[in-house]
Design a binder for this molecule. Structure first.
Ligand code: CP
Length: 324
């Protein structure tokens, strides 16, 4: 592995894909592949890292919204690098249960001076400027419906791994684009890496920012979209974010028009790749037959989460990588 050509992280924190330069992106995809290869060879990646650099480093996680994959994979990624990870996630047992605000909770964690804060939370007023002013680098692990940059990096890595490249790949995003931070980050990242994007979404769940999505091909019919696509990326229907909206259709109607099942897999290309950032709602977004199909790489996405996040931490902390 070449330690040069990684580029500095443009801003101190990783809040969105725009914080990463092209050099950063290529470094992250290459480093994640290197870590995965070494992990398969040696069962660990600690030998790839200079222990003197990581000794005593601490990553602090704060998860104010539910998570399985992102939180666990950050903890595993830190462990594999020999970095301590400490998590605040059961907020009923934090001082937020006593009325402390999220901002004040974050100020407490900043005062403890961990080396990185990994944050998942809903949107809050002034979030961007508040987080940008943190002297401790913050990694966005899912901020409301805004962005989820580390998930998009996992998705791009998985597409590259399974399809051999991202450039020129036709990626069909299916489902609740309106509420999806994953879709917003993938729009930026996959476009920058040269993929072509399509979307198939109910009008009620299509993005509000038409300008940002103007170059994305819109498919009214799922069948036409699937015949066009090399990669299908299903999204979760984010019912917890629908509460203030009258969505205008039932889950049964959604399932009938947008679920990926046996019939959809039959018309999908034989070497296509089916992805879902998870958690997938079985039977609504995706049927068991599709989950069991060899073209479904959702489990690989989860596995790749730890390698990609180890690479992200390596970049953010400017850790040296040892080839041997
Ligand atoms: N993809 C994703 O963010 O999953 P979790 O909510 O389980 O972390």
């Amino acid at each position: 592995m070449n330690n040069n050509n990684r580029g500095d992280v443009k801003n101190l924190s990783l809040l969105g894909i725009d914080d990463l330069s092209q050099e950063n992106l290529h470094f992250l995809l290459k480093t994640a592949a290197f870590f995965k290869k070494e992990f398969y060879k040696e069962g660990r990646i600690i030998h790839c890292i200079n222990h003197e650099q990581t000794r005593g480093l601490v990553v602090q996680l704060l998860f104010a919204e539910p998570s399985t994959r992102t939180r666990a994979s950050f903890e595993v990624a830190c462990g594999k690098l020999g970095i301590a990870a400490t998590s605040l996630w059961n907020l009923h047992f934090s001082s937020m249960a006593k009325g402390e605000t999220l901002e004040d909770t974050l100020q407490c964690l900043i005062a403890l001076k961990p080396n990185i804060i990994v944050l998942r939370c809903g949107e809050f007023k002034g979030a961007e400027s508040f987080l940008r002013s943190s002297p401790v680098p913050v990694i966005n692990a899912g901020l409301g419906a805004k962005e989820h940059p580390t998930q998009a990096l996992v998705d791009a890595f998985t597409i590259q791994e399974k399809r051999g490249k991202v450039e020129g790949e036709k990626v069909l995003i299916v489902g609740d684009v309106l509420h999806s931070r994953v879709a917003n980050s993938n729009l930026k990242l996959l476009t920058r890496l040269g993929a072509k994007l399509g979307m198939c979404t109910p009008e009620e769940l299509s993005p509000v920012d038409k300008q940002a999505w103007k170059d994305v091909v819109r498919f009214e019919s799922l069948e036409t979209g699937i015949k066009w696509a090399d990669v299908i990326m299903c999204l979760r229907v984010q019912r917890e974010r629908h509460s203030l909206r009258n969505i205008g259709f039932s889950m049964a109607e959604y399932r009938d028009k947008y679920r990926i099942g046996q019939e959809e897999m039959e018309i999908f290309r034989s070497d296509g790749v089916l992805l879902h950032p998870g958690p997938a709602v079985r039977g609504v977004e995706i049927a068991n037959q599709a989950l069991n199909d060899p073209r479904c790489h959702i489990v690989n996405q989860v596995e790749n989460g730890s390698h990609v996040r180890s690479a992200i931490i390596t970049l953010m902390l400017n850790l040296e990588i040892k080839s041997q």
